[in-house]
Design a protein around this ligand. Sequence first.
Ligand SMILES: *[C@@H]1O[C@H](CO)[C@@H](O)[C@H](O)[C@H]1NC(C)=O
Ligand SMILES: *[C@@H]1O[C@H](CO)[C@@H](O)[C@H](O)[C@H]1NC(C)=O
Ligand SMILES: *[C@@H]1O[C@H](CO)[C@@H](O)[C@H](O)[C@H]1NC(C)=O
Length: 286
Amino acid sequence: MGFLGIITFFPPLLVLMIMIRVKNRVVGEELTFDENYFITYSQDHFVRLQGGSEVQLSLDQASGTCFKSKLEYGSGYFPMKLKLPSRASPGVVTTFYLHSNLDNDTGAHDELDFEFLGTEGPEHILQTNIFANDTGGREQRLRLWFDPTLTFHSYSILWNSHQIVFFVDEIPIRVFKNHTSIGGRYPSQAMVVMGSIWNGEAWASGGKKVDWSQAPFQANYKGFVILGCPFGNRCDSEALEWNSGRQWQLNPRQQELYEDVKRTYVYYDYCSNPTGRELYKECQFE
Ligand SMILES: *[C@@H]1O[C@H](CO)[C@@H](O)[C@H](O)[C@H]1NC(C)=O
Ligand SMILES: *[C@@H]1O[C@H](CO)[C@@H](O)[C@H](O)[C@H]1NC(C)=O
Ligand SMILES: *[C@@H]1O[C@H](CO)[C@@H](O)[C@H](O)[C@H]1NC(C)=O
């Protein structure tokens, strides 16, 4: 559990110093998977590489697999490096996401998703979605501007009480603001961090079946640091870097990059259809 569990009880300056030490540690030596995560099913579809600082998840006809953080969080910056399966097929879904803990499901779950949808062609589709108090349907899809199967890229989620931002290689690709003051919904429950590869042919491929002749499908993950506030602490404290004033909105440079992504790579947004605009309060700002 270590430093992040403890820092919320210390004054800001000390928090800063410890944060810097966390960062140095991350640069110096990669955290291993087992420090923050565990496998939830199908151990035999999972291998540790590089002494556990990298892992590989596999999907074949028998099963996929899934991992989950040991702790649940109330805010944070959640980065992951991911290399997608080199053999593509419609129906293969690779994910990195936050999810309110299924162990204490209230029937009103919160969820923040990166979902990589396998395709046949050269296109690489990234879908993001947001559930707040059990309402999802906030899909947004874009075509990635690089080949995510060749090398690791970073995919990160910032979550504080003002905004949720999805980043690809530090570029904001999606921003979800807290619009609860006008009746919008916003994730508020403790969430765990998860990753998985699974057969989504019933859902994600427009009826196409997974091409099992290409199996196994293998996704690699690394960079297992979690800069999050373990639930139960003062997770809205502005002394935590991800809650500080400069994380309440994009800075001008980030805003510029975000506008470019929306203009150039996003091809589907739930707010673009009339039903979306009607159902979701936040769409009036899009
Ligand atoms: C959820 O359940 C787990 C154990 O199943 C428990 O440790 C945790 O504190 C619970 N979280 C909340 C937010 O109630
Ligand atoms: C979810 O919404 C219901 C009403 O639709 C409300 O009663 C409940 O408190 C909300 N739960 C959370 C966690 O916000
Ligand atoms: C959303 O913002 C309001 C202020 O407008 C704040 O009171 C509330 O705690 C925030 N919600 C969450 C879940 O952080």
